[in-house]
Structures are given as structure tokens and as C-alpha cells.
Design a protein around this ligand. Structure first.
Ligand SMILES: Nc1nc2c(c(=O)[nH]1)N[C@H]1C(S)=C(S)[C@@H](COP(=O)(O)O)O[C@H]1N2
Ligand SMILES: [Mo]
Length: 197
């Protein structure tokens, strides 16, 4: 069986260095897959002036958009043009009055995975919370009911089963970042591993 395809000429310039195109859409999860029903899902926005809990209904009441984005896993597979539906991060945070001190964020997940981002890397219009993948409810193994998607960074930043965004005035490291992965993870610069000794 062949797991990787050679990118065509039109796709080659969209595949970052050291990456290969995956067939299908692999699932990459550390540990068990949490089972979270939309009715019980909540998202806490907290820290540095944020103080809000969103339910599924609240999320659905926000502007809904289709997003097409490339997806790059640090284990070297990439998938181009994944189509999702959800809510952009600027729309999600429109009502949140963040302190000027809020420079970093920790994404918290059901199942206790965490990943860290700079606020400037989170607050981009191409970032979003996804609840739909290819027109179907986001499957549990891909992070349903709701995941974060941050296309410009390696996919370990795209937290599945998202349950919280914690705003912070200094950087803290998430799960993979404490275990050797790069604090930022930009695929075109191949920011795969931490340079801390
Ligand atoms: N909560 C949680 N989010 C996670 C992970 C995880 O193990 N737990 N794995 C990350 C990694 S390493 C990748 S590559 C992508 C994989 O997403 P997929 O399983 O939908 O392909 O999810 C990221 N988000
Ligand atoms: Mo990954």
C-alpha cells in the first residue's frame, strides 16, 4: 500500500520542506479519543480580561464560514485543501475585551492535551474553530464536536476537542512543546523541535 503521493507541479510549492502528501486524512492523537456530545460541550475563554463560557448554541449563533486550508503534521505528512466549516477566531473573540498584557494563549482540550500559541498567531482571520469537516459533523477522531484549526503552524497546534482558551501575560508551554517540539512550529521554517538543550 502506498501512503504518500508525490505532489503534482501545481502542488509542489504548497508542500513545506520535509513534508509529503498524505493519502486520505490520517488521525494523529496522543492517548484516548474523548467522547464529547455537542449538548455538553462548552468553551471557556479566560485569563487577562477574558471571562466567558460558550455553549454549542452560542457557537452556532456566531457567523458561520467555510474554510479551505492546508494541514501539516510535524511527523511529515501534509494534506492540502481540507474543507471545514466553523467560526473564525476574530468572530469568536469579538466580544472579549483582552488586557493589553495578553500576549500568549494556552489551548486546553477535553482529555487534557494542551498547546501554546502567541496571541498574534491565534488572532488571524484564517484561524477558526471547526465543527464540520467536508460537510459532515466533525468526527470524534478528528476532534469533534469542536477543534481549533491554525493552518499556518504545524497541526499539533490545531487542538482537538477544544474546551478552553486561556490568555496569559507570558509564554507557557503545552504538552508537545514541553516534550521537545518547537514553541511556535512554523512549517516553512521547519520549526519542528525545541532548541532548548
Ligand atoms: N486534543 C488533541 N489535539 C490534537 C492532538 C492530540 O493528540 N490531542 N494531536 C495533534 C496533532 S500532532 C495533529 S497532527 C493533529 C491531527 O489532527 P487529525 O487527527 O484530525 O488529523 O491534531 C493535533 N491536535
Ligand atoms: Mo502531528
Amino acid at each position: 500500500m502506498k501512503f504518500f503521493q508525490k505532489p503534482g507541479p501545481d502542488q509542489a510549492d504548497r508542500v513545506p520542506p520535509g513534508q509529503h502528501l498524505a493519502k486520505g486524512f490520517p488521525v494523529l492523537t496522543y492517548g484516548e479519543t474523548p467522547q464529547v456530545a455537542p449538548e455538553t460541550w462548552t468553551l471557556e475563554l479566560f485569563g487577562c480580561g477574558a471571562n466567558q463560557t460558550l455553549t454549542w448554541e452560542d457557537l452556532m449563533a456566531l457567523p458561520q464560514q467555510d474554510f479551505t486550508a492546508d494541514f501539516h503534521c510535524v511527523t511529515t505528512w501534509s494534506k492540502l485543501d481540507v474543507s471545514w466549516t466553523g467560526v473564525s477566531i476574530p468572530d469568536l473573540l469579538a466580544q472579549v475585551q483582552l488586557d493589553a498584557a495578553a500576549t500568549h494563549v494556552m489551548a486546553h482540550c477535553y482529555g487534557d492535551y494542551t498547546t501554546n500559541l502567541a496571541v498574534s498567531d491565534l488572532l488571524r482571520p484564517e484561524n477558526f474553530l471547526a465543527h464540520t469537516l467536508l460537510g459532515e459533523p466533525l468526527p470524534a477522531d478528528h476532534g469533534g464536536p469542536v477543534r481549533l484549526v491554525v493552518p499556518h503552524l504545524y497541526a499539533w497546534k490545531s487542538a482537538k476537542w477544544l474546551k478552553g482558551l486561556e490568555f496569559m501575560s507570558e509564554e507557557a508551554l503545552g504538552f508537545w512543546e514541553r516534550n521537545g517540539y518547537h514553541r511556535r512550529g512554523e512549517p516553512w521554517a521547519e520549526e519542528r523541535y525545541s532548541d532548548r538543550g
